[in-house]
Design a protein around this ligand. Structure first.
Ligand SMILES: [Zn+2]
Length: 249
């Protein structure tokens, strides 16, 4: 007897039909109301949303990503980028010392004068890749970020601490409001677009799709998933891929 079609074996769980706006209106508890405000903000999120805090340049690159690989001719600039990447978990001082040592020891060599300062190499990488960080104010005790329903608060609703750097606030008689603590996010879109610019990383980005297709082909032929040693072999992801294919034709 031939195995049943995999579309039946991996039938997706039906999607729940949830009216988020209605749920938001019915929330009574404050924590629930706050959560629903975040859910609604996510539902209505767009690139033009001021909460996204993306610069005009970053938005423009997201919508019109550069396609070709990045070519850097100067060995000094390439050395700067290599040092920056190697010292990913090191200090700026470590980078600057290595820079000074390299410029001293390779004085007169091609590109030695073009080794960049820490500030400039970071700027160059951001320019080339389009990957930039976004800062948000947060509670000094790490209770929450001042975003979504908390964006306009001046103190933390959980612990009561002020959002602002007290020394700067006092020194300016209350005029200079600088966050006492910030956290940084690196948006995903520019990172993915940068990976697509390099042929090898672009190929790696197709891994999950290709592996999933292999597993589905094997399932069609034998009715079985071989040794489960990869995320691509889980029934949830296989079902989701089939579901997506059904919907997109
Ligand atoms: Zn707090």
């Amino acid at each position: 007897m031939s195995p049943p079609p995999i579309e039946l074996v991996l039938a997706c769980r039906p999607r729940p039909n949830i009216d988020v706006d209605n749920l938001a209106q019915r929330a009574v508890l404050q924590k629930m109301k706050d959560s629903m405000e975040f859910v609604l903000a996510l539902k209505n999120a767009s690139l033009d949303d001021p909460l996204a805090k993306l610069s005009d340049d970053a938005l423009d690159r997201l919508r019109n990503p550069p396609q070709g690989p990045i070519i850097i001719d100067s060995p000094g600039v390439r050395q700067s980028i290599s040092m920056y990447l190697v010292l990913e978990h090191g200090s700026q001082e470590a980078y600057n010392r290595m820079r000074r040592a390299t410029m001293r020891n390779f004085e007169g060599a091609n590109g030695a004068e073009e080794i960049l300062s820490f500030y400039n190499v970071e700027k160059l990488i951001a320019q080339h890749t389009g990957v930039e960080s976004i800062e948000h104010d947060m509670c000094p005790e790490s209770c929450l970020a001042f975003t979504g329903p908390f964006a306009h608060l001046e103190s933390c609703p959980t612990c009561g601490l002020s959002r602002w750097d007290q020394a700067k606030l006092r020194a300016s008689s209350g005029r200079t409001k600088v966050a006492a603590q910030k956290f940084v996010t690196i948006p995903l879109g520019p990172q993915l677009q940068a990976l697509y610019r390099d042929p090898e990383s672009a190929r790696h980005m197709r891994y999950l799709w290709e592996r999933t297709q292999e597993v589905l082909d094997g399932l069609r032929r034998t009715g079985k998933v071989p040794v489960v040693d990869d995320i691509a072999m889980g029934f949830d992801i296989l079902g989701a891929v089939l579901d997506w294919r059904d919907q997109t034709g």
